[in-house]
Ligand binder design. Structure first.
Ligand code: ZN
Length: 157
């Protein structure tokens, strides 16, 4: 089976919350696609409950596109400790961490339920499983801890 970089990462050595560049891949037409690890909570110590993570997912989908160029996708890890962010082109981890911080700040302090996209039976695959309250509380916790631009050494932006 193909070896996947993310599973080679020693999850006991990282210090969340952080942004980590996983890969920059070159397509046939020389387009660069970047893959980032947006780790919001410490692996094997915490996990964001599904409803809060789901609402954070729906919000980051819009908020990160407003703050970063070339966003292709931002999807939660199955372990519920963070997200993959895939973008066209290159971005520094500082740039991504600043966009993430600003987006979480928006979630924590400004977003209301009316701002959350995709919360009905037509636009979401599990619309009953959302919690803006949980999303806000986890966003505040992550902001209080600070987001590092390095996974192993705390370089809080
Ligand atoms: Zn959904």
């Amino acid at each position: 089976m193909a070896k996947v970089e993310s599973f080679a990462l020693d999850h006991t050595k990282v210090k969340a919350p952080y942004v980590r560049l996983i890969t920059e891949e070159l397509g046939q037409n020389k387009d660069v696609i970047s893959n980032f690890d947006l780790r919001l909570v410490q692996p094997n110590e915490n996990a964001i409950p599904t409803a809060g993570l789901h609402t954070i997912e729906h919000l980051l989908a819009g908020l990160l596109r407003d703050r970063l160029t070339g966003v292709i996708d931002c999807s939660p890890f199955g372990c519920r400790t963070g997200f993959h962010l895939i973008t066209w082109g290159k971005h520094s981890t500082v740039e991504v961490a600043e966009a993430l911080k600003d987006a979480l700040n928006e979630i924590a302090f400004n977003i209301t339920w009316d701002d959350v996209q995709g919360t009905d039976i037509y636009s979401c695959g599990n619309y009953r499983d959302h919690s803006l309250f949980s999303a806000k509380e986890w966003a505040k916790k992550i902001l209080e801890e600070g987001i590092s631009s390095d996974p192993f050494v705390r370089k809080i932006i």
